[in-house]
Design a protein around this ligand. Structure first.
Ligand code: GDP
Length: 444
């Protein structure tokens, strides 16, 4: 199952140390799984090959972000490549042309062409306040023209009156003419489909296109279409010429592999997606969402992006909790010194304790500045475990030993101890006050 790509990659790559950079061997193993997963998501073999090759080039030698497992890193690279392959965000129907702007809908029978024609017409009417005319050019299926007429009645959008026996190309010309006369801004041509690609259909589409000169020719394709997607997209693009894709049934359980294949093969943008049978179930295309869906594990990607940050935050929170409980020995101080250099000063930790701003000021006044961190840390590291947990035992001889060990002076040590005492006092006071006052206690 595709859902388990995460596990598969995990079992292959979790054994690695997670340090340094991804080796060719690591990547090979991971890519075998990625390849299998993409094929299971119905991405065509040809597209998978090119895709995997591009990921390989990016992944081998890629540096592994701190606190991320190599498997997760590969997933992130795969995800980014998916987004790139799926194309940019926010490309939608282009209506910038002289009125009436002709939009031609093409696609196989049952792909959702008629439904999408109605959805697009409604969208343009509602959002752009344009006057739209819809025309059915499907003379093959007797009910097709009636279906569009009903959609028109349902949505309040004009449809071209049906004249029995007229050829599709003639209907197209008549539609454009009617739009001109009727003052329509946009005319949408809903063409006939077939159950599969055939020559007469392609011929008919090419003729309609030549005759009506559409500004947009949109291929409507079912997202649940499997390996056939490439064939369909390629044929329509080569024979008719398309300007964009509309993927329907994105509300189904399809993995969206067809989207990737069609986009990769035609290079044409996915402009809209259908997400239901209702007239308003049409959305803009967001490559990141589809990439998450194809991978079935979007969380990993944000995990990778947020990992370092989150881990630091968790540590800081744990520290803040100890402070609140009034437990703050020199071990905590050492931890904090290390954290602080990573987090850009006191602010990161103190920011988690509401009302701690004052304390930060006091600490700065006590000489708790970033420059002194390294020296202070060295002092604490020269202490024994017992000394760190019980600073009271630090008398003259111990201080001398520590000063020698850390390359500092007794005065430095006194300063550090004073600072620690002040901090511990302030923290205890804050905790105690909170318990009594209630208010601050809740905040903390
Ligand atoms: P056409 O033969 O290409 O014109 O296809 P239709 O527009 O008649 O659609 C065929 C079926 O698919 C109808 O039952 C539609 O309601 C349904 N359909 C179309 N688009 C979507 C979609 O985005 N999601 C779902 N769930 N169904 C859709």
């Amino acid at each position: 199952m595709f859902d388990n790509l995460q596990d598969r990659l995990g079992s292959i790559l979790n054994g690695l140390t997670g340090r340094g950079s991804l080796s060719d061997k690591d990547v090979q193993a991971a890519l075998r799984e990625v390849r299998r997963a993409l094929l299971e998501a119905d991405v065509s073999l040809e597209v998978v090959r090119g895709f995997v090759e591009r990921v390989r080039e990016k992944a081998v030698g890629a540096e592994i972000v701190k606190s991320i497992k190599p498997g997760q890193m590969v997933v992130k690279i795969v995800h980014d490549e998916l987004v790139e392959t799926l194309g940019s965000e926010g490309v939608t129907i282009d209506l910038n042309a002289a009125a009436p702007v002709v939009v031609m809908m093409v696609g196989l029978q049952g792909s959702g062409k008629t439904t999408t024609t109605g959805k697009i017409a409604k969208r343009i009417t509602d959002r752009e306040r344009k006057k739209v005319l819809m025309a059915s050019l499907d003379t093959q299926r007797p009910a097709a023209q009636e279906q569009l007429k009903q959609l028109g009645e349902q949505t309040g959008i004009d449809t071209l009156p049906v004249i029995a026996g007229q050829k599709p190309t003639d209907i197209a010309s008549r539609a454009v003419q009617a739009a001109k006369l009727g003052g329509h801004d946009v005319v949408i041509l809903d063409t006939a489909g077939r159950t599969h690609i055939d020559e007469p259909l392609m011929q008919e589409m090419a003729e309609i296109r030549a005759r009506s000169r559409p500004h947009e020719t949109l291929l409507v394709a079912d997202a649940l279409t499997g390996q056939d997607a490439v064939n369909v997209a390629q044929s329509f693009d080569e024979r008719v010429g398309i300007t964009g894709l509309v993927l329907t049934r994105m509300d189904g359980d399809g993995r969206g592999g067809a989207a990737l294949s069609m986009r990769a093969v035609t290079g044409k943008p996915i402009k809209l997606i259908g997400v239901g049978e209702k007239m308003d179930a049409l959305e803009e295309f967001h490559p990141k969402r589809i990439a998450d869906r194809i991978l079935g594990m979007g969380d990993i990607v944000s995990l990778v992006e947020k990992a370092a940050q989150t881990i630091d935050q968790e540590k800081a929170q744990a520290m803040a909790d100890r402070m609140k409980a009034g437990k703050f020995d020199l071990n905590d101080l050492a931890d904090q010194l290390r954290q602080m250099s990573k987090m850009g000063g006191m602010g990161g930790i103190m920011g988690m304790m509401p009302g701690a701003g004052k304390m930060t000021d006091q600490m700065a006044a006590a000489g708790f500045d970033d420059k002194a961190f390294a020296r202070q840390l060295a002092i604490i590291q020269s202490m024994t475990k017992h000394e760190r947990a019980h600073p009271d035992v630090l008398k003259h001889s111990r201080k001398k030993r520590i000063a020698t060990g850390s390359g500092t002076t007794s005065a430095d040590i006194n300063k550090l101890l004073k600072m620690h005492r002040q901090m511990a006092d302030v923290m205890k006071a804050m905790g105690g006050k909170g318990k009594k006052a209630g208010m601050l206690g809740k905040m903390l």
